[in-house]
Design a protein around this ligand. Structure first.
Ligand code: FAD
Length: 293
């Protein structure tokens, strides 16, 4: 079943995000992580895609391997910014031919320096959603990204919602948010979406902090605010991975429980290809999750 159909039935979705490793050792580590997380019976797992198309083959190999060697539903990320429409069609066709039914349609970040995309490349994600719908009909369930604190290129939330709605109107079935560390951003975003007539499920993206320096860098790149009280807790332990893990898991646990109590449609964990933190958080929150089967 496609992810959109599962969510439409009101079934809670648990999902994990991975990136395609650069080395055979990294790939074996990833498959160990997948094996560990498989026990949680995820609704789906997803594999990221380099914005410039740099991970095209690696993403495909990992997606194919998960799809063929496990019984986990797989969603592939696809960015459009550096591909011609024909390239996109070819890539999507390849996924269709191996039985993939779920795509996260993204624009991707423009690479630094001079950038010469193909003339007919999609400039925004809504065009990619339209292209996939136009050429593949309803074969795929299409997810899109959303930004509870606003995308760094959006001047305000009005703009954010306006262009998020364009992706939904183009045919997106559901959305996964950028990581956030203050649930109020998520609640406000969902409320703004409802007011704008956006009714697709919006799944919160959760990043359990295991490496403060790394998360701080990601957060500043994507415009996610790390609350001062959390910074103060983590800062003294930048060189202490065990204590960081403890604080990160404790924080993510509280964040997830609060979201679950508000009835979120699912939780999507940014795993960074590791299972430990996600397993610990899941263990703490499992009694709050209503799961079928
Ligand atoms: P868009 O929805 O196109 O929006 C980008 C910006 O343009 C926004 O500010 C929007 O308001 C604005 N905009 C949209 N349409 C218009 C218009 N018509 N006119 C003017 N402005 C407009 N990146 C990767 O490279 N690979 C991945 O695998 C990946 N996975 C991700 C997964 C999730 C869950 C999330 C939240 C992000 C992911 N990203 C990934 C990052 C994403 O590619 C970047 O944030 C990128 O800058 C925006 O992509 P988008 O699809 O949200 O773009």
């Amino acid at each position: 079943m496609r992810i959109g159909d599962i969510l439409r039935q009101g079934t809670f979705s648990l999902s994990f995000e991975f990136f395609p490793p650069k080395t055979p050792e990294g790939e074996e580590e990833l498959f160990q992580t997948i094996k560990n997380l498989q026990e949680l019976k995820p609704t789906f797992v997803s594999v990221t895609y380099g914005a410039g198309g740099s991970t095209r083959d690696r993403t495909k190999r990992v997606v194919k391997r998960i799809h063929q060697q496990t019984d986990i539903r797989t969603m592939v990320h696809l960015t459009c910014i550096a591909h011609s429409k024909e390239e996109i069609t070819q890539i999507v066709e390849e996924y269709k031919s191996i039985g993939i039914r779920n795509i996260l349609a993204l624009r991707g970040d423009r690479p630094a320096g001079s950038f010469n995309p193909p003339e007919d490349a999609c400039t925004y994600a809504y065009q990619l959603v339209s292209l996939i719908r136009e050429r593949f009909g309803d074969w795929f369930s299409i997810g899109v990204a959303s930004y509870p604190e606003g995308h760094p290129e959006s001047p305000n939330m009005e703009w954010e919602i306006k262009y998020f709605k364009k992706k939904v109107d183009a045919g997106a079935d559901f959305s996964i948010t950028q990581m956030f560390f203050d649930n109020r951003y998520y609640y406000q975003f969902v409320e703004l979406c409802q007011k704008a007539g956006i009714n697709i499920p919006i799944i919160p993206g959760i990043m359990p902090i295991t490496n403060f320096a790394q998360v701080r860098k990601f957060a500043s790149m994507c415009g996610a605010d790390i609350p001062q009280h959390l910074v103060e807790k983590l800062e003294p332990y930048v060189d202490n991975p065990e204590e960081t893990l403890k604080i990160g898991v404790e924080f993510a646990t509280r964040q997830c429980i609060e979201l679950l109590e508000r009835g979120v449609p699912g939780l999507h964990f940014y795993t960074l290809n590791r299972s430990k933190a996600t397993l610990l958080v899941y263990d703490n929150i499992k009694s709050y999750i209503r799961r079928e089967g």
